[in-house]
Design a protein around this ligand. Structure first.
Ligand code: FES
Length: 114
């Protein structure tokens, strides 16, 4: 198994709560994703809404709703639970964002290679 780590960003990049969109390359393929920090924990998902496959953010790095308690898709306003990625309102109700495996270290947040 390849345990290569791909750097996403410094931990200080994210406030709490906060979100950060990224684009990295893994095995020659682009990975578009975002990281959310909430209650000291980090979560990462592909930047692809289960409704249409569109990116969730219209404003760069903004993936949270106004209360910063849910992930929001800016296209048709779907809302997702931060720590599970499950859609709880909107056109893709009951579907989920695709989780990305991350590793959080002192020097940064990394995508876990496969
Ligand atoms: S594309 Fe996300 S709610 Fe429609």
């Amino acid at each position: 198994m390849n345990s290569k780590l791909i750097f996403i960003c410094d931990r200080a990049t994210l406030s709490d709560p906060g979100s950060y969109g990224f684009s990295v390359e893994q095995n020659g393929e682009p990975v578009e994703g975002f990281v959310v920090k909430s209650n000291y924990a980090y979560f990462a998902y592909r930047n692809s809404c289960p409704h249409t496959g569109s990116p969730l953010d219209w404003v760069e790095h903004q993936f949270l709703d106004a209360d910063e308690t849910l992930i929001q898709c800016a296209v048709h306003d779907a809302r997702f639970i931060i720590d599970s990625g499950e859609c709880i309102s909107g056109p893709c109700l009951g579907e989920s964002l695709q989780t990305l495996p991350i590793v959080v270290q002192d020097d940064g947040i990394y995508l876990q290679g496969s």
